[in-house]
Design a protein around this ligand. Structure first.
Ligand SMILES: Nc1ncnc2c1ncn2[C@@H]1O[C@H](COP(=O)(O)OP(=O)(O)O)[C@@H](O)[C@H]1O
Ligand SMILES: [Mg+2]
Length: 306
């Protein structure tokens, strides 16, 4: 549904995208992760046909982007980072306005269905100016679905919402997946990705630093954290010495725990254990645990930091 090769974007002398490759299959829910400023919206604006790449090739929904003159020609559903609506119109009026290319009564039926789907049925005659952020976001998703596209590109659909609003949006994304739609969405909230995505790509400073099926990513990072509980003081130089062990990525500690992120358990674990045993630390327990998506994210982004 989306193929991007060597996507590059310059804003004058600033390079926001540094050669991005993407391959999104039909029916996938793809989470496009990255910190603020990583280049997510820049990528999405290009994929949705609103901005031109400086270099690189892109095929979206079967269309080569350099041949597309108007974003509407792509026939995709798009939700911008901050959807804007005429505040004096009601939710239903907004959708009717956007459905101007549809025949009646198909438009009325479709709008009724979408308002119910987005849980806006009872608010449909209220002015959008009074809608909560979550309601506006759900209205934006209904608008993106108006012409029943197979591919949806959503820019941070849930990021600005409270937990309940986020849950509602994520539920809609899961429902789209069940309908067989392809969803490409950006977020900087890791738990959103864990809840709905088949595959994730991590963007950092205009580069893709990792791309994997979510399950594989979480599986591969099982046992990649050592957790050591201890009593008494932690010797001052211990953290630095642990950081020097080959294969150790990160070391953190609080009053009672040391956590050590490693590339792979095994020999690195032996070296950690040997160092701890020779130190004055009083160890209560030593074990591995599964890394959370957040820890994986920090590790991957950290590896590529310049
Ligand atoms: N129109 C623009 N002109 C200049 N710089 C821009 C423009 N749009 C985005 N940028 C810069 O490109 C980088 C990526 O921005 P963006 O794609 O919006 O990041 P994200 O959506 O991941 O938060 C940022 O450093 C941002 O300041
Ligand atoms: Mg953005």
């Amino acid at each position: 549904m989306i193929t991007a090769t060597g996507l590059t974007k310059h804003f004058d002398s600033f390079q926001a995208l540094k050669g991005i490759n993407l391959n999104i299959d039909s029916g996938e829910v793809y989470g496009f992760l990255g910190h603020n400023g990583a280049g997510k919206s820049t990528t999405i604006n290009i994929l949705a046909g609103f901005s031109k790449a400086t270099a690189g090739a892109c095929i979206v929904n079967g269309w080569s982007l350099d041949k597309v003159e108007h974003p509407g020609d792509l026939h995709i559903g798009y939700l911008p980072e901050e959807p804007k609506f005429y505040s004096w119109m009601t939710g239903r009026e907004i959708l009717l306005y956007l459905a101007c290319q549809m025949e009646q009564p198909a438009a009325t039926n479709r709008i009724r269905h979408l308002l119910d789907w987005a849980d806006l049925g009872s608010a449909s005659e209220r002015r959008v100016g009074g809608y909560s952020r979550g309601m506006k976001q759900r209205l934006g998703m209904a608008a993106a679905l108006l012409y029943d596209p197979d591919l949806l590109i959503l820019d941070e659909p849930s990021s600005a919402l409270d937990p309940e609003g986020r849950s509602q949006v994520l539920r809609l994304i899961l429902d789209l997946k069940q309908q067989g739609k392809t969803v490409f969405f950006s977020t900087h909230i890791l738990s959103d990705v864990e809840r709905v995505c088949d595959r994730v790509g991590i963007l950092s400073d205009g580069r893709m630093v990792l791309e994997k099926p979510l399950r594989q990513l979480l599986r591969e990072n099982v046992d990649s954290m050592y957790e050591i509980s201890f009593t008494g003081p932690c010797p001052e130089d211990l953290m630095a010495r642990l950081r020097h062990i080959p294969g150790v990525n990160d070391v953190n500690s609080n009053e009672a725990y040391l956590t050590i992120a490693v590339d792979e358990p095994g020999p690195t674990g032996n070296a950690i254990l040997a160092l701890l045993s020779s130190s004055s630390l009083t160890i209560d327990s030593f074990g591995t645990r599964k890394a959370s998506l957040e820890e994986i994210f920090i590790k991957e982004v950290g590896k590529h930091a310049v």
